[in-house]
Design a protein around this ligand. Structure first.
Ligand SMILES: [Zn+2]
Length: 377
């Protein structure tokens, strides 16, 4: 095949990916420093300057810099993985190469794309003098648990401020370029009732029953919104419920936590008004977390350049939106143009027998190389 990497690169790719999978970076507790050591070794071998950032000991972020000055193009993958779970045919942290596939926890999410970028780093280093701007290759901590020690920390406390970013952390076999993400609104609802003995429930007010009635109304509610070309309708998830302390007592308090994924046409104040209009009197409503929706223009140079280079490799990619959230959102909200796209399928991450195709990773390297060179020429 014309686009295949030289044999040496393929060997490197396998070696780096296997080494990364062997490092048990399950979050929690993370221990990203284990995999960060592999990244550091690679940067040192290639004489790429790098910095490490730790908000908490052992929760390492490592960033390598190729080229200099502006614009800055960040490519960020994450070092942490989800727990292995059950159902593995081979040990989760002992990579197995079978045909074109490498199996192991993190093969797809997100160590495969990271290994690919570390292979590409050697080629970028060779043309460093020609780059107009800086490529930052980042390996991040804490992505699977909200990024407080990873991307959010780098943006808020370490002055990370790229102009562009590509986050190779979504499935779709490179056919989806995510340019829009819904907002997230998390709300805590507390019902106050009146505690009483179970033998005389009429003397109490059952807080669990108040919440149950409220949930029924929430499930039927249709939020006001305008349709979005890339995002599906808003969603509401009944996520957590906590109430009561014994079967023989009428519960005096019950707490419910919900997650609403919302569209750019919805304001959080309006959503709260709608929720309040459904709520009974003895209920308190608090916002616990709100992240607004984010979007990058389809016509942006970053999006157009990536789509063009995907097309050149025979991949007809489409711009899409999503309701889940990647760290691209944090970057967009901090002023960067950031998009998510990458190799691997939706069905390959967070499952047992996680895998990635080497051929696809090699193609990913080619596409990233031509995209980066186009953007920084
Ligand atoms: Zn991921």
């Amino acid at each position: 095949m014309r686009n295949m990497l030289p044999k040496k690169n393929k060997k490197e790719l396998i070696a780096i990916l296997e080494e990364l999978i062997r490092q048990k970076t399950v979050n929690p507790p993370g221990n990203e420093y284990l995999a960060a050591k592999i990244v550091k070794k690679r940067f040192e071998e290639l004489k790429i300057s790098y910095k490490t950032f730790e908000k908490q000991k052992g929760r390492t972020n490592i960033l390598g810099y190729i080229g200099k000055g502006k614009p800055q193009l960040l490519i960020a993958a994450h070092l942490d993985v989800v727990p292995e779970g059950t159902g593995w045919k081979t040990p989760a942290f002992h990579p197995v190469l079978k045909g074109d596939k490498i199996y192991g926890r993190g093969a797809c999410d997100n160590k495969g794309p990271l290994a690919a970028m570390l292979v590409l780093a050697s080629r970028l280093k060779k043309v460093e003098a020609k780059l107009r701007g800086t490529v930052i290759i980042a390996a991040l901590a804490d992505e699977e648990k909200g990024s407080d020690l990873g991307m959010k920390y780098l943006i808020n406390e370490c002055k990370l401020k790229p102009d562009w970013a590509i986050i190779p952390d979504v499935g779709g076999y490179m056919k989806r370029v995510i340019i829009a993400e819904k907002g997230i609104l998390e709300i805590k609802i507390t019902a106050k009732g009146k505690q009483a003995h179970a033998s005389t429930p009429e003397k109490g007010i059952n807080a669990i029953e108040i919440i149950c009635g409220f949930i029924k109304k929430l499930k039927k509610h249709k939020f006001k919104y305008k349709q979005h070309p890339l995002l599906k309708k808003p969603t509401l998830n009944i996520g957590m419920i906590k109430g009561g302390f014994a079967p023989n007592a009428v519960p005096g308090q019950c707490e419910l936590e919900i997650d609403i994924r919302f569209l750019p046409s919805q304001k959080k104040e309006q959503i709260i008004r709608e929720i309040k209009s459904l709520a009974p009197k003895n209920v308190k409503i608090q916002i616990t977390q709100c992240t607004p929706p984010s979007q990058v223009k389809k016509e942006s140079k970053l999006v157009k350049t990536l789509i063009k280079n995907l097309k050149a490799k025979g991949i007809k990619a489409e711009c899409k939106g999503m309701g889940g959230v990647t760290v691209a959102k944090n970057l967009v909200l901090s002023g960067a143009e950031a998009i998510a796209f990458g190799p691997g399928g939706d069905d390959a991450a967070h499952i047992s027998n996680e895998w990635i195709s080497l051929k696809e990773l090699q193609k990913f390297i080619e596409i990233m190389q031509s995209t980066i060179l186009d953007l920084l020429k």
